[in-house]
Write a protein that binds this ligand. Sequence first.
Ligand code: ADP
Ligand code: MG
Length: 244
Amino acid sequence: MPTHKPAHAPAPPPTLTTRHLLARYGRFTALDGVDLDIPPGRITALVGPNGAGKSTLFHCLAGTVRPARGRVLFGGRDITRLSAHTRTRLGIARTFQQLAVFPSLTVADNVRVGAEQGRIADPGAVERALRLFGLDGPVRALPAAGLPTGTLRRVELARALAGGPRVLLLDEPAAGLDTAEAAALARVLKALAADGTALLVVEHDLDLVADLADVVHVMAAGRIIASGPPGRVLDALAAREATP
Ligand code: ADP
Ligand code: MG
């Protein structure tokens, strides 16, 4: 079959996908047949009670948990067996639920580490990431140790972004942020999605999810039990919880 796509057309940004994903800890099944799509240019949110399997799914996407069955695909390529490090190189960046910055490095050096581990080595990307998260002032030269949580969250995000990712995986990015900081975070994440980045946000704060997400998936007991736009899904969730 001839294709009609011109040879110079850029490849479309890849979608990160799971198919029939099953993960176990010993005999306990933490994920039980999860199909998820994280498309470019969209903010996909994952919500659900503690123990639902959100972090396990997140780890399967990032490459830090190996599923027992099923596949993880990136732009159609099977990456199920690839290491976390290799996935970062392909453009799948993440932040950590527990902050994981290097305490003795300065803010700017923490962000530089992200650029070195990422998909593209672009020195300009470090400055852009620092600016985007308001870290380009005097704070850039301070060691990360001792900085407030809100600042460290921004350092983590800037570090993930400095490598030019196509997918950003965020586990509870608003944890420890005040209302103003969470609103600022939401603005930046929306701008990243508008630029074509695919975002997955695991988040407790349903108000933030309602403001942020294009699509919400609700997890319970290792399965996705509802999916759709936030208005519809979060209302259904509230109605369920109101029913005794
Ligand atoms: P969530 O992020 O939605 O709170 P998790 O993915 O962290 O859920 O956990 C899902 C289930 O798997 C929980 O019952 C949890 O206790 C269990 N679990 C998570 N990590 C481990 C582990 N390393 N070993 C054993 N059980 C685990
Ligand atoms: Mg979790």
